[in-house]
Ligand binder design. Sequence first.
Ligand code: AMP
Length: 170
Amino acid sequence: MNLKNYITDVPNFPKEGITFKDINPLLANPEATNKAVELLAKGLYGFDATKIVGIESRGFLLGILLAQKLKLGFVPIRKPGKLPGAIISQSYALEYGEDSIEIQENSIKPGDLVIVHDDVLATGGTAAAACKLVEKCGGTVVQCNFLMELNFLEGRSKISNYPLHSIVHY
Ligand code: AMP
């Protein structure tokens, strides 16, 4: 099964010049979703991870399935203002301006071995900020894990300190 058959290119979405990778056809097909989770999980055996962190919002979809498959707890990283209680925040640069993401302070404990998961590795800014959040909580990032990597954007250079596993490349 070729997972690329279940990922659609949407030109000029959400902005002119961006080709959005739509994973809804993959999510709509249980065999394709299962195959994706299996391939993502294959790269994780042997890491002794204790938690999976998923990045809002499409990182939640396969992230939580992956966490269930590996019998690990799932922790969401969210856009600002969405998480209750004590939070830790990390900002990162966008092409124009800045954005930030947040995690609940006690969701990751010192000693936790953490997989950071998202649907797409593009420029790498979001994943790098997510890794910083895990480390601010005292956790160790043992792998960055993506359904897709947009190789031409060289996002892997921003997270070169961590093992990287992505299963579909463009
Ligand atoms: P970046 O920080 O540039 O690596 O962007 C990664 C985040 O933006 C991920 O959470 C993705 O869901 C989203 N993203 C970036 N580029 C795309 C794309 N071409 N198609 C779908 N999502 C994307």
